[in-house]
Design a binder for this molecule. Structure first.
Ligand code: F3S
Length: 428
């Protein structure tokens, strides 16, 4: 590798043991990629030093933040004192449980306790503890062109596509190492060439609701897998919530890390610009038949129309979505045989608390929670057999994780299911 002086100094241990271990890990990572240089990053989103019952049980290791960070994040046998981040912007993404409502999730007090101590340690190290997959809704953004190291697929695709910043999909280890060094291998989406569109998607069907954008994203991910779609034919402007659901869906079915929407996303003022003047490898039309196919894929596990759980907030709900849910509930109580859980970030929940939305959801018999979700927390209400979802990402993962049936539809379909205990959504 071509190491610059500051990189060599870190690797030689001149900046302390933790940064040396972090640099060593990043050099191994770059070598595995065949990448010969690093790029400076200023913005890192990961789960630095996070404790979990799984890690404690698997490795039988405890001993505080330094030990966890050294062992789990830096792949080190020895424990190093972990310093503050080397980057100006560092945040902690989602975790395993809600710090207050963990009993509702059926989690053990030990999980809540290790979550609290791990959050506190991260905060003491100068890391913003946001505990969300939507850091961009909690005041943690990235500038256009800024080199970042983010994990969490739905956040990564948003960072690249909507903010126009640059990150590959990193993992716990690489983000934690990047936090201590300000470096990440310079490959893939950090490079101009890696951001050029590959597939032209012609949208030839009205696409308006959040569900529509989930269906479109899920279908596009299936088609392009990890390549870069350029979407044409969508009337603008596409709002934040639709981007959020579209990108999360495409990242679930296909591993999409970057998309361009012509005339709307920062690197696609025109289709020609998104393709950098090159010819698309493939042109694909999205019409009524493709939309129906996407719906069928997302509803393939749905059998019984008796719904006993409705989950909203994947990716974590925006304030507007909580407001919509409260409006749809309209002061009514949810059905006695059904639970309603909605997940969001701490920052958005604070706004919802102040606006009376949390209370409105609670008055209806629902629960607004933070930090985690059913898939990440592996938690559904006791006895759940059938869930209703307005998120293609959660519909992709939750049936397999929790061995339950899932229906996917609009937010209104989901709230109606919560109120009646029955799924009434119909194919588009
Ligand atoms: Fe977020 Fe959980 Fe969905 S962490 S993106 S709500 S799977």
């Amino acid at each position: 590798m071509r190491l610059r002086d500051d990189e060599k100094a870190m690797l030689d241990g001149e900046r302390g043991a933790a940064r040396q271990k972090a640099m060593d890990l990043l050099v191994r990572y770059a070598n595995a990629l065949g990448c010969e240089e690093f790029v400076d990053v200023t913005n890192v989103a990961g789960v630095p030093g996070q404790a979990s019952l799984f890690l404690e049980q698997q490795f039988g290791h405890s001993g505080g933040y330094d030990a966890r960070y050294s062992l789990y994040d830096l792949d080190s046998d020895g424990v190093a004192a972990i310093p503050e981040p080397a980057v100006p912007h560092a945040c902690h993404l989602q975790g395993g449980t809600d710090p207050e409502a963990w009993p509702v999730l059926g989690h053990k007090p030990e999980l809540a306790a290790i979550g609290r101590t791990s959050d506190q340690a991260a905060a003491e190290h100068g890391i913003r503890v946001l505990k969300t997959c939507t850091p961009y809704l909690a005041g943690f953004e990235a500038r256009r062109g800024e080199h970042c190291a983010w994990m969490e697929s739905s956040a990564v695709v948003y960072c690249n596509s909507v903010l126009g910043a640059r990150t590959n999909t990193e993992g716990r280890e690489s983000t934690s190492a990047a936090m201590l060094t300000g470096k990440i291998p310079n490959f893939g989406l950090h490079l101009d060439d890696g951001r050029v569109g590959t597939h032209l998607i012609e949208v030839d069907h009205p696409t308006e609701s959040v569900m529509d954008f989930g269906l479109l994203g899920y279908w596009i991910g299936e088609q392009v897998q990890e390549r870069i779609p350029v979407v044409r034919g969508l009337p603008g402007p596409v709002d934040l919530v639709r981007h959020k659901h579209f990108g999360a869906a495409a990242a679930s079915s296909g591993g999409t890390e970057l998309y361009h929407i012509v005339g709307q996303t920062p690197e696609a003022p025109t289709a020609e610009a998104a393709f950098a003047g090159r010819t698309p490898r493939e042109k694909i039309r999205y019409g009524a038949a493709e939309r129906r196919l996407s719906w069928e894929l997302l509803n393939q596990t749905g059998r019984s129309r008796d719904v006993d759980y409705v989950m909203l907030g994947c990716p974590h709900a925006a304030f507007e979505q909580l407001s919509e849910a409260a409006q749809l509930l309209d002061g009514r109580r949810i059905h006695a045989n059904c639970a309603l859980w909605i997940f969001t970030s701490r920052a958005v929940k604070a706004r919802a608390d102040a606006a009376g939305l949390t209370q409105a959801i609670r008055d209806a018999g629902g629960q607004l929670m933070t930090d985690t979700c059913s898939a990440i927390g592996q938690a559904v209400p006791p006895g759940t057999k059938v869930v209703a979802l307005d998120s293609a990402k959660q519909a992709h993962y939750l049936p397999a994780i929790m061995n339950i049936e899932a229906w996917f539809g609009t937010t209104r379909d989901c709230i109606d299911a919560a109120l009646t205990g029955r799924w009434g959504g119909v194919p588009p």
